[in-house]
Design a protein around this ligand. Structure first.
Ligand SMILES: [Zn+2]
Length: 247
């Protein structure tokens, strides 16, 4: 199964494999691709069999040139260093871009050694990307005095196999603009999962990974949840909702 648009955490790979195996599919491999409009193409990971292993995205130097730069100085960085991805497509059609700054940050940069999974010698960019498309006002949030990266929340919730769909909502206590922020996690469970156990696991995972716990976990039906996140009605599903009243 080839996925696009989002990072694919190991838990999500496992969940997809589990669901497909329930439907009779064996030997399922789940992997991600990295693409964006300006590139006019996408770059794929290797379909590794171990969900914990990421090969990085294979690049095609005859189609596009990637560079990693220091986002503050614009200086090109050496192999393996983290920075912002810059692309020059050399096989684009119609309007094209030159040394386009993607705004995407890559941890681990570009590597040139052969891929340990398929042996190809094309350069690879690390699978550990932070997409510009996920950078919103909500991306870094101070909750209860702790700076929280919402991508970490997405990875926790997206990776829990008992959760079917989820949304993180930010509210003010008693809907009072001067009160403290509160975090509510809305969840639709998969058939076999238990509410109390899941709530406990969510709180533990949040506490362990980002040092805060949600204020509440609320459960709803899958149908209600799909409506809430705007699945297939919005351009992009609403995983994070800021419902704090405007002062
Ligand atoms: Zn490979």
């Amino acid at each position: 199964m080839v996925l696009g648009a989002e990072r694919v955490p190991p838990g999500m790979k496992n969940k997809i494999r589990e669901m497909l195996s329930e439907m009779g599919a064996s030997e399922v491999k789940v992997f991600g691709t990295y693409g964006f409009t300006e590139a006019r193409m996408a770059f794929a990971e290797c379909p590794t069999s171990d969900p914990e292993t990421y090969s990085g995205y294979h690049l095609y130097p005859d189609l596009a040139i990637f560079e990693v730069i220091d986002p503050n100085t614009g200086e090109v960085l050496p192999e393996g260093e983290s920075g912002e991805l810059v692309i020059t497509p050399i096989a684009g059609r119609a309007s094209t871009v030159f040394r386009y700054r993607t705004g995407d940050l890559v941890r681990g940069g570009i590597v040139y050694e052969p891929c340990p999974h398929c042996g190809r010698t094309t350069p690879r960019i690390s699978s550990n990307l932070t997409r510009e498309s996920s950078l919103t006002d909500l991306q870094l949030l101070k909750i209860k005095g702790t700076l929280v990266n919402l991508e970490d929340c997405a990875e926790i919730l997206g990776g829990m196999s008992e959760i079917d769909e989820w949304q993180l909502e930010l509210v003010k206590k008693d809907n009072d603009p001067l009160e403290v922020d509160q975090v509510i996690i809305h969840v639709a469970l998969r058939d076999h999962a238990d509410e109390a156990t899941t709530e406990k696991r969510i709180c533990e995972n949040f506490k362990g990974r980002i040092e805060i716990s949600p204020n509440r976990v609320e459960f709803m039906s899958l149908e209600g949840m799909l409506n809430k996140i705007g699945m297939e009605t919005e351009m992009k599903e609403k995983r994070f909702l800021d419902s704090r009243p405007i002062v």
